[in-house]
Design a protein around this ligand. Structure first.
Ligand code: ATP
Length: 230
């Protein structure tokens, strides 16, 4: 489903003439199969977000190839990526990234509007997804009128409404207390089990890492050997 081949990435930082190169990822090979939950751990600064940004096309790899299904996405230009993301990838972020001036309902409906779904159909789909995430009583709330856990559920609804086969998550419980975190992790497992959604989750939290069928560790720019054990 996701295949990363010989992926390396580095950043160039500093003023012109005094640049230095920071290698972040070195020769990474990774396969995520359909229906898996794979968690990626590693120290702060080890390159977890960089890996996710490369897999989701927000950065282009310095070297290597990335395939999602049969698509060589590492060759995509920005417009192809935009279309591909809308149809294939859902995203969950630590900071929820909801639009504050829109209600919960409008935040979720917007994803369908961008996809060109007609108004009656998108209202129907949005209502159904609020039922799925158990927030049907909160559709008219603005993000600031919701708890952290509720905001994260709205952001999951926004991802789910597009029916993505894959969800990429960056520290999805990083802003939640431990009880809300456990609820959210159970919900992610339920979505994986019931809808067969493949998850790639980056985290530095052991509890989150443990929901993975496989835990992969990035260390010194490489994937830790242990990580390949199923
Ligand atoms: N746009 C950028 N320009 C230059 N260096 C960057 C850039 N983004 C990240 N880095 C550097 O790349 C390294 C990896 O960063 P990354 O954000 O991928 O780590 P991380 O494992 O996700 O960290 P954290 O757990 O703290 O979020 C760090 O040393 C960081 O300073």
């Amino acid at each position: 489903m996701i295949e990363v081949k010989n992926l390396s990435h580095q950043f160039t930082i500093g003023k012109k003439g005094k640049e230095s190169v920071i290698p972040v990822l070195r020769n990474i090979n990774l396969k995520v199969d359909k229906g898996e939950v794979v968690t990626v751990v590693g120290r702060s600064g080890s390159g977890k977000s960089t890996l996710l940004n490369l897999i989701s096309g927000y950065m282009s790899p310095a070297e290597g190839e990335i395939f999602i299904d049969s698509n060589k996405v590492s060759d995509f230009n920005e417009s192809k990526w935009a279309d591909f993301r809308l149809n294939n990838l859902g995203f969950i972020f630590q900071s929820f990234q909801l639009i504050p001036s829109m209600t919960a309902f409008e935040n979720v409906e917007l994803a369908l509007t961008l996809k060109g779904v007609k108004v009656v159909e998108r209202r129907k789909q949005t209502e159904a997804i609020f039922q799925k995430v158990g927030l049907e009583k909160f559709t008219e709330h603005y993000p600031s009128e919701l708890s952290g856990g509720q905001q994260q559920r709205v952001s999951i609804a926004r991802a789910l409404v597009l029916n993505p086969p894959i969800i990429l998550a960056d520290e999805p419980t990083g802003s939640l207390d431990s009880e809300t975190e456990e609820e959210l992790l159970s919900f992610i497992k339920e979505l994986n089990r019931e809808l067969g959604i493949t998850f790639l989750i980056i985290t530095h939290d052991d509890k989150v890492a443990r929901i993975g069928n496989r835990v992969i560790e990035i260390m010194d720019g490489k994937l830790n050997k242990e990580a390949f054990a199923s």
